[in-house]
Design a protein around this ligand. Structure first.
Ligand SMILES: Cc1cc2nc3c(=O)[nH]c(=O)nc-3n(C[C@H](O)[C@H](O)[C@H](O)COP(=O)(O)OP(=O)(O)OC[C@H]3O[C@@H](n4cnc5c(N)ncnc54)[C@H](O)[C@@H]3O)c2cc1C
Length: 346
């Protein structure tokens, strides 16, 4: 961890907070990044037991006439249409696209979409409310550092508040953080007001903070299809909790700025901040929720679709609730769990 980040962590600790180093996937891939390709796909391919078809866009899942088995996966590769067959089929296209594939897979046995007998597919879409706050650094940094600190102090509430507010993480450097790369509108107001030179100046003299509040599942927040168009209805809830956390965190970093023992940061008049827009779906989950009751869920507790013998879902769509931290590790852990169930099922 860079020394200025270490110092920032010590400054937070002096405010009676308990920052912990975030678990980061820093090794494993050939490029030094522990991503899914380096850590999982490459070794699986090397085993010789996996065939990977890339560039395939799955359109629908074809079911047997009785509606109880998936017979084939229909995909487009370039201009061509392909049908893949398998004894077991695992859907893992992410919270939005897994729902879309199921909804598109309509047929006589499943007129409202596959596994959608109880009209649950696409519902309960969730993504944590995420605001990014910029804190001014006194010395330039290269803007290319990783996310480093996690703070869970306010997860279970705060003074006079006994409901979840969420978590805080130090963000990556502005020039490297995936959030800024994926979603320039997050700080669009700042970007609009400042000339390029000043933006660069701000980028290398900043710490950033991600403030994340989980939302509650709401059946009205959903992914639907209108013809071939994907439509998203979404109203974030838990707004008050998120506002409280944002203002609480602003108060904490101001205390750090005022602490003479933390000269690495300095007080400013404004702390630019922005909220992730709806379009930022990186942490989306919940459209094919897991549960034991087919009337209120899409997959059972093992990840198999209710009423369909050989269709499993192993992505963030099965989350019944919204995490207050990045969902990646939970998605991976659950996928391993589902994989064991698929193997056991045969
Ligand atoms: C920029 C960014 C940074 C993030 N950083 C973090 C982080 O630091 N920590 C963390 O915990 N989480 C992070 N997340 C969130 C995390 O990546 C997701 O929560 C997680 O990847 C979700 O897993 P998933 O399997 O549900 O979906 P995905 O990982 O999105 O996998 C779905 C896959 O299905 C493919 N697909 C979709 N539709 C089709 C189709 N029709 N046919 C064929 N293939 C299809 C997609 O191309 C994709 O490869 C980040 C997300 C983003 C976008």
């Amino acid at each position: 961890m860079a020394p200025f980040l270490e110092a920032l962590g010590e400054g937070l600790a002096r405010q009676a907070l308990h920052p912990y180093p975030l678990p980061l996937s820093g090794a494993g891939g050939s490029d030094g990044v522990g991503d899914a390709e380096g850590c999982a796909l490459a070794p699986a391919l090397a085993s010789g037991r996996l065939r990977l078809v890339s560039g395939a866009r799955v359109r629908t899942l074809a079911v047997a006439p009785d509606g109880r088995r998936v017979e084939g996966v229909e995909a487009e590769i370039g201009e061509q249409r392909w049908l893949f067959r398998g004894r077991q089929v695992v859907l893992a296209a992410g919270a939005v696209n897994s729902a879309v594939i199921l909804l598109r897979s309509r047929g006589a046995a499943h007129p409202n979409g596959l596994a959608n007998g109880s009209d649950q597919v696409g519902r309960n879409l969730m993504k944590p409310q995420l605001s990014v706050i910029l804190q001014r650094a006194s010395q330039p940094n290269d803007g290319r550092y990783d996310r480093s600190w996690g703070i869970t102090e306010f997860f279970a509430g705060d003074r006079n508040v006994d409901y979840t507010l969420g978590t805080v993480q130090s963000g990556g450097g502005v020039l490297r953080d995936s959030l800024f790369a994926a979603s320039p509108p997050v700080l669009s107001l700042v970007a609009r007001l400042l000339p390029d030179g000043a933006l660069e100046w701000l980028a290398d003299r900043s710490f950033t903070w991600w403030v994340m509040t989980p939302v509650l599942p709401d059946p009205a927040n959903r992914v639907t299809l209108r013809g071939q168009q994907v439509h998203v209805d979404y109203l974030p809830n838990c707004r008050e909790a998120h506002d409280r956390l944002v203002y609480r965190w602003l108060g904490e970093i101001q205390k750090v700025d005022d602490d003479p023992l933390t000269p690495e940061s300095r007080r400013t008049i404004v702390y630019p901040r922005g909220e992730a827009p709806l379009a930022l779906m990186g942490h989306a989950c919940g459209t094919c929720r897991l549960g034991s009751d087919p009337a209120t869920s899409v997959v059972d507790l093992r990840g198999r679709c209710h009423g369909i013998d050989n269709l499993w879902i192993a992505d963030a769509s099965v989350f019944p609730g919204c995490p207050a931290v990045g969902p990646g590790l939970t998605v991976i852990a659950n996928a391993l769990r589902v994989a064991s169930a698929v193997v056991a099922h045969g």
